[in-house]
Design a protein around this ligand. Structure first.
Ligand SMILES: C[S@@+](CC[C@H](N)C(=O)[O-])C[C@H]1O[C@@H](n2cnc3c(N)ncnc32)[C@H](O)[C@@H]1O
Length: 296
């Protein structure tokens, strides 16, 4: 034996290289997308490398068009050198669609089944992870207020997208949305009028500033940041749907670590826990509504 560089070994390496060369090369587009994601990560720390490829591709190609670039590489060039382009690229890569009392049944279940089980003698901590423009956060705050639990509660509202956080903090929403949101509110068990919680001015509404004391807004990246507190309930809805398995697993670990024993995790309707390494640590709170209780 002549060490690791034996003749047999060299032959194996050559053979395996030859095999690699026969692999179909990545398409140029795929190569460019990977370079762009790596470039964005190295440049500013936003890590989209483990987002679902089909959705990333669709969003990037739309952004290429909107920015007037010829290629994905051209878009990277602009993102690195033209003021404002990087922010627009981040916006393009993060889908921020949301609404108040989205999937009202989930909020109704929270109101009637989860909240009554939470200890009445302790201060409650909630986390809306990936809160977009804040509609979910104000929905939760309203519900807590109506159930008499807001005074001893704090909602931590985080998102990767700093612009969304700044917008959400203002509590200002288009008045045109309020009809749909009112409908959701009633379906979520609301018995007052949603307009009790805002003042309207022209085509906007401003949500009650009284909520502010109970809300903590912060930029937090589920792909790279760590757990920062323990929560009674975590809402992380319609966020992991954009992630690949590797990233979803990382986030599941983060959420698990951030929940108290018996704490509840609320996912989006198209999100799953059964395939995550933490599935066995949760009981089904409500299967269809994607509510889970940490049991071990
Ligand atoms: C479709 S919105 C969901 C908003 C709300 N949770 C809901 O269900 O209506 C997804 C949000 O996740 C945020 N997001 C995406 N990647 C993230 C990450 N790595 N860390 C934190 N938030 C992220 C996006 O910026 C966006 O605001």
């Amino acid at each position: 034996m002549t060490g690791v560089f034996s003749g047999q070994m060299v032959e194996n390496i050559v053979e395996s290289d030859a095999w690699t060369m026969k692999d179909p090369p990545k398409s140029l587009e795929e190569l460019e997308i990977n370079l762009l994601l790596q470039g964005v990560y190295d440049h500013c720390g936003y890590d989209f490398r483990n987002y679902a490829p089909a959705s990333v591709r669709r969003r990037l190609l739309k952004c290429v068009q909107e920015e007037g670039a010829a290629t994905v590489t051209g878009l990277l060039d602009r993102a690195l050198h033209q003021p404002g382009c990087l922010e627009r690229l981040i916006d393009a890569l993060t889908c921020t669609v949301t609404e108040m009392f989205r999937d009202p049944e989930v909020f109704l279940f929270f109101r009637t089944d989860i909240l009554p089980r939470l200890p009445s003698d302790s201060f409650l901590n909630f986390w809306c992870a990936g809160c977009a423009g804040g509609e979910e956060v104000y929905s939760l705050a309203i519900l807590l207020k109506e159930e008499g639990r807001l005074e001893r509660s704090r909602i931590y509202a985080t998102d990767l997208n700093q612009r969304e956080i700044l917008k959400a903090r203002e509590g200002v929403f288009p008045i045109g949305k309020m009809k749909e949101y009112s409908h959701n509110y009633f379906q979520a068990g609301g018995t007052r009028s949603l307009s009790d919680y805002f003042v309207a001015k022209h085509d906007l509404v401003l949500f009650d500033r009284g909520f502010t004391d109970h809300l903590v807004w912060a930029q937090h990246n589920l792909a790279t940041d760590s757990s920062f507190k323990e929560f009674h309930v975590i809402f992380c809805r319609n966020v992991m749907i954009y992630f690949n398995r590797t990233l979803s697993n990382r986030v599941h670990r983060l959420l698990y670590d951030s929940l108290i024993q018996d704490g509840h995790l609320v996912l989006g309707r198209r999100e799953a826990i059964h395939s995550s390494p933490y599935a066995a640590h949760y009981d089904q709170g409500h299967e269809r509504l994607k509510v889970f209780r940490k049991v071990r």
